[in-house]
Every structure is written in C-alpha cells, then in structure tokens.
Write a protein that binds this ligand. Sequence first.
Ligand code: ATP
Length: 341
Amino acid sequence: MAKSNDGEIALPFPILIGDIGGTNARFALLIDAFAAPREFPTIQTAQFDTIDDALQRCILDTTSIQPRSAILALAGPIQGDEVPLTNCDWVVRPREMIANLGFEDVLLVNDFEAQALAVASLSESDREQIGGGAETYAASRAVLGPGTGLGVAGLVHAQRTWIPVPGEGGHIDIGPRTERDYQIWPFLEPIEGRMSAEQLLCGRGILNIYHAVSAADGRETPLETPAAVTSAALAASDDAAVETVSLFSTYLGRVAGDMAMIFMARGGVYLAGGIPQKILPALRRPEFRAAFEDKAPHNELLRSIPTYVVTHPLAALAGLAAFARMPDRFGVATEGRRWQK
Ligand SMILES: Nc1ncnc2c1ncn2[C@@H]1O[C@H](COP(=O)(O)OP(=O)(O)OP(=O)(O)O)[C@@H](O)[C@H]1O
C-alpha cells in the first residue's frame, strides 16, 4: 500500500479515473502525478452489459499500461460491495474488478463529489462568471448540477484542506413565492405530497415547468423535449418556452442562493451538469442572478458571492485527477468505499 508523506493513504499509479453517468462513461489514465491525463473515447453505457466488459474492451485492451488502481465517480449513493447505478443497468462490483481486471485498489466516489473536487482549482478558461465579486480563494464553495437529475455538493475549506460534502441537496423542498408561481404551482405534480427542487431543476423539470405554464394559460404543449423547450426559448420563438427558461433560471438562482447561505460559499457557487452550459445566454440574463441575490436579510452577502457556469467539458474527471495527484489537499472520506487487494 502506497503512503504519502504525511501518512494519508494515496492510491498507486497508474490510476484509471472514470466518471460514470446514466448515459455516458468517460475515462482517463494517469500514468504518474505529473503526466497529462490520457483520455479515452466516451463510452455509451447502454452498449455494454457490464462495466467490467466496457473497461476490458474499451480501456484495458487498448493500452499496454495496466492501471494499478481506479477512482470511479458514480451517480448515486455508494453502499456495500455492489453498487447499482442510477439510470443505467450497470452494477459496480469492486471486488470482482480487483479479481478479474488486475486492479489492486478501487475507490468509489459520488459524481457530484467529483464535481466538487474540480471546482477547487478550475482555471478562468474552464468557467464563466455570472455576477458577484471576486472569489475568496480559501473559502467554501457549492456546486449545483442540473442534468438528468439535480446534483448538489459542497466543498468546505477547513484546515487548509478541501472537503467535498456530497448529499441529497437536489431533494430539498421548493415552494411558490411570486403571484405567477402561485398560478403555476397547482399544475405541477407533487411526488408523495411535496415539490422538490429536482422536479423543476433538471431536464424533466424543464418539461414540468413548460407544461404547468402552458396549463395555467390554457395553451397547447407542442414542444416535447427539454432541448426543444430551451432551443425555442433561446430563439425567442415560443412564449411558453421563453417563460419556462426564465422561471427555470429564477428557481435555479433561488436554490443556488440557498446553497450559498448554507455553505457560506464565499468561494462561489458553481453550476455544473449538462444543462447550464447549454442555456448560458439565458443564465446571463438578469433572472438567475437577481433570484440568487434576493435573500433578505442577506442580500449584501449574496451580492458579494460570485456564481459561475462550469464550462470545462470533463470537469468531474479533472476533479478526480486533482485528487489522485494530490490526495493530501483534499479530505475525501474513503471508509466503506475503498477496496484493496
Ligand atoms: N439543450 C438542452 N436544453 C435543456 N436540457 C437538455 C438539453 N440537452 C439535453 N438536455 C437534458 O439534460 C439531461 C442530461 O443531462 P446531462 O448531460 O448532464 O446528463 P447526466 O445526468 O450528466 O448523465 P450522463 O453523465 O450520463 O450524460 C437530460 O434530461 C436531457 O433531456
């Protein structure tokens, strides 16, 4: 077992890092702490029955380098020796990966934890700032990622260490606030009696808002996918779509502001996930930031906190790479989710 200088346990190189989502899995190989990551083509999870099969055929069979360890970021909670993925049929079985694929050491982390690791050190070219002041470098941050669901994580800065805090923040309650919200809310469908942020702030959420806005006004709903709604909104070709994306930005701003207050995120709130990059022009409009700052009695605090859209195409992998190279910089809990030969 490799040990780093101050006694923290580091995984041995070469390290395979992977970000495994419901639809896509992305991998890169880190030969040592200094070399640039060697990226592999994105794998469509539906094309392989098992993750082991995908790893064997798309990674191990295509390189002469045998990774000694793997750090994999997964969508969903990590518990036990068999971890099923949300939104796809793969089950990650680290013991079998060690027995069959030649790994000595496997660490599983949550996908938003990987996003949180990334925002500790994103360069200016990998993020776009939307409002607020300068970041306070050594201060906590928060990440929200509307995609298939709504991922949320904090990145607490304490004792010169970045500590990712994965949780289920996407499932917090959200309620109506403006007169228009009260008109729309009756047409949103609660799950077991409540509306959670995720029912509005993800791909499905865009459609939920679109249907509710249209129902409140007695309009038809010709647009069928989240991308169709946001495209029509950005092109200003459909009134309900325009309002949907405006409301989506407002609700995202409200929840982002809540997270900023919870984590006292003077280091900034980062919007990751697939959707913010695709609706950047809408997020640059006033609604997102106005809702973020509208937190009396703390408007002044919120005005000072920067918000960013993550534009790095592989941010989670960048986060895993940063951790793999300098584990001592990060307080990543490994109990119950690390397997060794
Ligand atoms: N242009 C768009 N505008 C709004 N929503 C979109 C757009 N394109 C895709 N989506 C929605 O974004 C969601 C997918 O998000 P994302 O790309 O972040 O995937 P993910 O959750 O990270 O999963 P994976 O890692 O498997 O790709 C889907 O609900 C999809 O309908």
